[in-house]
Design a protein around this ligand. Structure first.
Ligand code: CS2
Ligand code: MG
Length: 402
């Protein structure tokens, strides 16, 4: 079965998405997410100019050979643009393989290891008083885990506080908007948030918090220690993770679990973090870490070192990515949690899918393949809209991590 066509579809139903659709000579097709928030057109061009021409005529059943061809053949290895493009091809070929086999992809990955995929939602508001009802809303929806983010007193804006209750789109302007940041005010504020949340919801609700790369290791150590009384499931991205050994310093001071990896794109980004057990959850995801094939390798390495999965699942990852992630989530032995930020109705209409939420779990589709599609006619009605992620500055104007 040869690859006869491959189309790169850019669409913007409330936000930009890039989807690769690979069509075989027999008419069976598969889809893969290639969305990289704020850099969508870079991946679309990489696919259109450097990948699609080489795909035509290849054997669609040779997933691993195609992955190696695109990874080693690029010469310029790794990076979010290259690995998102490779991810889209890999995911689409797994979709095709499942359809040809007449099986949902998780059956090709070893079958079910669990009955459902535990997910977490995003409760966020400007103030602690306002975030409590948001948490209650997720509990009422049946979520077993909730991420909690609030504004920081004295700061006009900060990461993680959304204008919408169920989804969060930080790429809010054609050019980066500027946030202002104060580590001191943040470190003073966050423990108070979780003290209130625990008072309100008790000791068992799984609580998470995203630090979003904004601290130094010793500041992260202080935050982790200050949150220990509140027994969080994890603090996420406490520091930028280029310096993997830097996490040793955090580990020396706190038992608060650490989750890292949504910006990682190959196993090499987390090899030391995992093998030295410097983290507890790896958050790499299908669309940015080379697809199902490579993400499975990352999870298998993690399994050797007691590290569990905690894949990224923000609104800017399309339903195609979510559908693919769920097939891995339900099959791997070391699943931890899956982030599940909802998509808007317009997005869900462009990407009809079979996964569904019930009693705190997401359930993958039982259809052959991934169980997700793209309505190309509808997608064409939503042209691309330039949108950039914000930047962050300290109060003295120094450029900081957003
Ligand atoms: C966040 C994301 O979901 C998360 O954990 O880190 O909202 C992230 O900021 C966006 O995906 C960036 O596009
Ligand atoms: Mg995050």
């Amino acid at each position: 079965m040869k690859i006869a066509d491959a189309r790169v579809i850019v669409t913007c139903p409330d936000r930009n998405f890039v989807t690769l659709k690979i069509v075989t000579s027999s008419g069976v097709y598969g889809v893969g997410d290639a969305t990289l928030n704020g850099r969508e057109l870079a991946v679309a061009a990489y696919l259109q100019e450097h990948v699609v021409p080489a795909l035509i005529g290849r054997d669609a059943s040779r997933i691993e050979d195609t992955w190696q061809y695109l990874y080693r053949g690029a010469y310029w290895r790794r990076g979010p643009v290259t690995m998102s493009a490779i991810a889209a091809v890999d995911t689409a070929l797994w979709d095709i393989k499942g359809k040809v086999a007449g099986l949902p992809v998780y059956q090709l990955l070893g079958g079910r290891s669990r009955d459902g995929v535990t997910v977490y939602g995003h409760a966020n508001a400007d103030t602690v008083d306002d975030v409590l009802p948001e948490i209650a809303n997720y509990v009422d929806l049946g979520y077993r885990a909730v991420r909690v983010q609030t504004g920081i007193p004295g700061l006009a804006s900060t990461y993680g506080v959304s204008k919408d209750r169920l989804f969060y789109e930080p790429a809010d302007a054609a050019l980066p908007t500027e946030n202002t940041w104060s580590t001191a005010q943040y470190l003073d504020h966050v423990p108070e948030v979780f003290a209130r949340v625990r008072d309100e919801f008790g000791p068992t609700l799984k609580l998470l918090h995203d630090v979003h790369h904004r601290l130094t290791p010793i500041e992260a150590a202080r935050l982790g220690r200050s949150l220990e009384p509140y027994n969080l499931t994890w603090i996420e991205d406490p520091v930028p993770a280029e310096l993997q050994e830097g996490f040793r310093l955090i580990r020396q001071h706190t038992t608060t679990p650490i989750a890292v990896g949504e910006v990682f794109n190959t196993i090499w980004d987390c090899q030391q973090l995992i093998s030295e057990q410097l983290i507890d959850y790896i958050r790499a995801t299908v669309v940015h870490a080379g697809g199902i094939s490579h993400l499975r390798r990352i999870f298998d390495l993690a399994n050797l070192y007691h590290v569990r999965s905690g894949s990224h699942g923000a609104t800017d990852l399309s339903p195609v990515c979510m559908a693919a992630a769920l097939h891995l989530d339900v099959a791997i032995p070391n699943f931890g949690l899956q982030e599940y930020m909802r998509h808007t109705e317009a997005t869900d209409a462009v990407f009809p899918h079979g996964y569904h939420f019930a009693d705190g779990y997401l359930h993958p589709s039982e259809e052959p393949g991934l169980g997700v599609d793209i309505d190309e006619g509808l997608a064409a009605q939503y042209p691309y809209r330039p949108a950039a992620l914000p930047v962050n500055r300290l109060e003295d104007g120094t450029l900081h991590n957003w």
